[in-house]
Each structure stands twice: as structure tokens, then as C-alpha cells.
Write a protein that binds this ligand. Structure first.
Ligand SMILES: *Cc1c(COP(=O)(O)O)cnc(C)c1O
Length: 354
């Protein structure tokens, strides 16, 4: 049967009925790729899989939640959606609003959006409201304005978002035959880690899995309220997708940590970029910086033994590397060889670099 998106695929586990008009772009069903080269570099016997969410229609996992949120907004008669965004939510909202024929208003922090995400929001025709402030300011404003204008909020405080996003856990269990031992994610607002835990619990309770993973959330060191134990006002990191100091799912995330026996930790920007590069060079998989935080953290905890040998680990790669071409290119300054258009010079370039 033709795959037509995650709502259709998990219809009986999502809040829709036969009369609901589905707003879908074929999201979900993303590859779960087993790493073949990186585990050996760690000198440990572990099985690492990456869930490549960058292959969703707009290039991030946000599409899983957005198909649900926009479907329900349209069902309730809404003519416009609104979100605050570090980039990917705005790209996704813009695309799904276009698909539904409704308006999208997106609040973004001035100058802190990766280029690809901005291009997406613009080309899909979203109304872009740039604020002299960060994501947390945008989120506060969106909550306030929703009482004064006819717009539906599609940030992850919208419970339909998490319903859509929980399906990633279903896919993983179906593919592995059971839940992994550890599931590592980058954490910003902590909606996604909470959604995954909902999905794992749901399948476990229904006998579709025999265990539940420990959930491990990794933040960027400059934007790590869960490690600090309190909200922070000036988050800073190159991983702009997780440049968040006031996470919206604060309580949910702590419940996940406790129930799953997992933990939170933080990685420096340097560690995050190193993991992004390692993944591209050793495995051929290109994710955006924030996404590499999951792998960077997993590698550190595998090396230290906190994640023991023999474990099966899934790392979510939340967004595609093409989202942030500037950061990628900045890491590769001396990768080009310039030549005249003659065969000898091409040959020399090859032989010098074998
Ligand atoms: C939104 C986003 C995150 C953070 O997800 P939360 O649900 O806010 O924790 C991480 N990585 C990327 C690429 C994102 O777009």
C-alpha cells in the first residue's frame, strides 16, 4: 500500500476519526540507520542506530507534530496558525499551512535562524515576524497574542504536536522488533523527548515491546537549563535549534527522566560540531548541528561506560544538515583545490590526495 503519512499509518492511535480531513505531506517512516564505522572508533562493543528525521518533508522531525497540529487546527475551523521558532517549526508550519490553504505567522529571533530554515519559511509564504529577542521571548509573545487574535498555536505546547511525534517511537520498535536500551535526543523545549517516551510507554503497555529505553537528553552547554536546574535567560550555542533557556515541557521532561531512569547532560559547541563532522565523514550522514548533540552525548557516555557495552542505542538526528549550510562550510575551510581546466592538473590533484 502507498505510504501516505503517519496519521494514516497510525490512525487508531491518534486523535482523528473517519471524517477528519488529513493535512499530510507523507511525513514519518524515516530511515533507522545502523552506524558501521563510528562504534569501532570508540573501542566499545555497542550497537548504535540513528533515526534520520532530517528526511521528513521539510527536513526535520517537526513535521510529525505539524501534520497533527495543522490537521486539528483546520478541523476546528481555524484559518491561521502561529508559532515561535528557532527555525524548523517555522519551516514546517509554513509548509503545512500552505498545504492546508491557511495562513502561517512565525516569530523568529532576529539573525539567529539558520539559512535553510529561513528560506523555507519565506518560500512557503509564511508571514515572518522577526523579533529583537530570542526564542523564549517569541514563545511568551505567541502565548499572549493567542488570546487577542484568531490564531491556533502550533508550538509543542499544542498537545497534538506530541501525539504526532510519539510515532517515531512506534517506528523504532517495529523496525528493531523491540525498544532499544537507550534513546538519546537533543533537548530544547523537551517536547520531543517527552513525545518519544509517550510512544514507548504506549507500545509497552499494549505488549508491542518487552522493555522501555532509558531516555537521555543532551543540551548545548550554553543553553542547558535542565543541567543547571533552572531556567536561563541568555542561552547561547551554535546549535540554534536548541538555543532555548526556558523549556516549555519542563515538568514533562523531568517525569521522563525519572520514569525511564535516564539523565540529562550538556555538550560544548566544539563537541557538537565534532560529532556532526564525524557522522558526515565516517558514515555519510549529514545532520544539522543541534541534531549531532545526541550522538556527541552518546559517544561520550559510551566511552565513559555510563552506557555499558552490549547496549543497543538509538540517537535521533532531528534535522537535516542542509538546514544550516553556513555552519557546515565554516567547518571545511581548506577542502577545495583550484586548478586550470586541463587533465594534468586534475590528475595531480587526485594523485596528491590518494
Ligand atoms: C526543535 C528541534 C530540537 C529540539 O526539540 P525539542 O522538542 O524542543 O526538545 C532539536 N533539534 C532540532 C533540529 C530541532 O528542530
Amino acid at each position: 500500500m502507498r505510504y501516505t503519512g503517519l496519521i494514516e499509518n497510525y490512525r487508531d492511535r491518534l486523535p482523528v476519526d473517519d471524517s477528519t480531513h488529513l493535512i499530510s505531506l507523507g511525513e514519518g517512516n524515516t530511515p533507522l540507520i545502523r552506524l558501521e564505522n563510528i562504534p569501532a572508533t570508540l573501542g566499545k562493543d555497542v550497537d548504535i542506530y540513528v533515526k534520520y528525521e532530517g528526511l521528513n518533508p521539510t527536513g526535520s522531525f517537526k513535521d510529525r507534530g505539524m501534520t497533527m497540529a495543522v490537521t486539528k487546527a483546520v478541523e476546528s475551523g481555524s484559518k491561521a496558525i502561529i508559532c515561535a521558532s528557532t527555525g524548523n517549526t517555522s519551516a514546517s508550519a509554513a509548509a503545512y499551512a500552505a498545504r492546508a490553504g491557511i495562513k502561517a505567522f512565525v516569530l523568529i529571533p532576529e539573525g539567529k535562524i539558520a539559512l535553510g530554515k529561513l528560506a523555507q519559511a519565506m518560500i512557503h509564504g509564511a508571514i515572518i515576524i522577526q523579533i529583537k529577542g530570542n526564542f523564549d521571548d517569541g514563545m511568551r509573545l505567541v502565548k499572549e497574542v493567542a488570546d487577542h487574535a484568531p490564531v491556533s498555536i502550533v508550538n509543542s505546547i499544542n498537545p497534538y504536536r506530541l501525539q504526532g511525534q510519539k510515532t517515531a517511537a512506534f517506528e523504532i520498535i517495529e523496525e528493531l522488533g523491540d525498544a532499544p536500551d537507550y534513546h538519546c535526543l537533543p533537548v530544547g523545549n523537551a517536547g520531543n523527548i517527552s513525545a518519544h517516551w509517550m510512544g514507548y510507554k504506549e507500545y509497552f503497555d499494549d505488549g508491542k515491546a518487552t522493555n522501555k529505553p532509558k531516555m537521555v537528553g543532551y543540551q548545548a552547554a550554553g543553553a542547558a537549563p535542565f543541567i543547571k536546574g533552572e531556567m536561563i535567560d541568555e542561552p547561547e550555542t551554535i546549535a540554534t535549534a536548541i538555543r532555548i533557556g526556558h523549556p516549555q515541557s519542563w515538568d514533562l521532561a523531568h517525569t521522563v527522566e525519572k520514569e525511564s531512569n535516564g539523565w540529562f547532560d550538556a555538550l560544548t559547541d566544539k563537541e557538537i560540531l565534532a560529532a556532526q563532522k564525524l557522522l558526515t565523514e565516517k558514515e555519510g550522514i549529514f545532520c544539522e548541528p543541534a541534531s549531532a548533540t545526541s550522538l556527541a552525548g552518546a559517544m561520550r557516555d559510551i566511552k565513559s561506560g555510563k552506557i555499558p557495552e552490549g547496549s543497543k542505542i538509538v540517537c535521533t538526528l532531528t534535522g537535516h544538515g542542509l538546514k544550516d549550510p553556513d555552519t557546515a562550510i565554516a567547518q571545511c575551510k581548506d577542502a577545495m583545490i583550484n586548478i586550470n581546466p586541463v587533465m594534468d592538473e586534475v590528475r595531480d590533484a587526485i594523485l596528491d590526495n590518494m
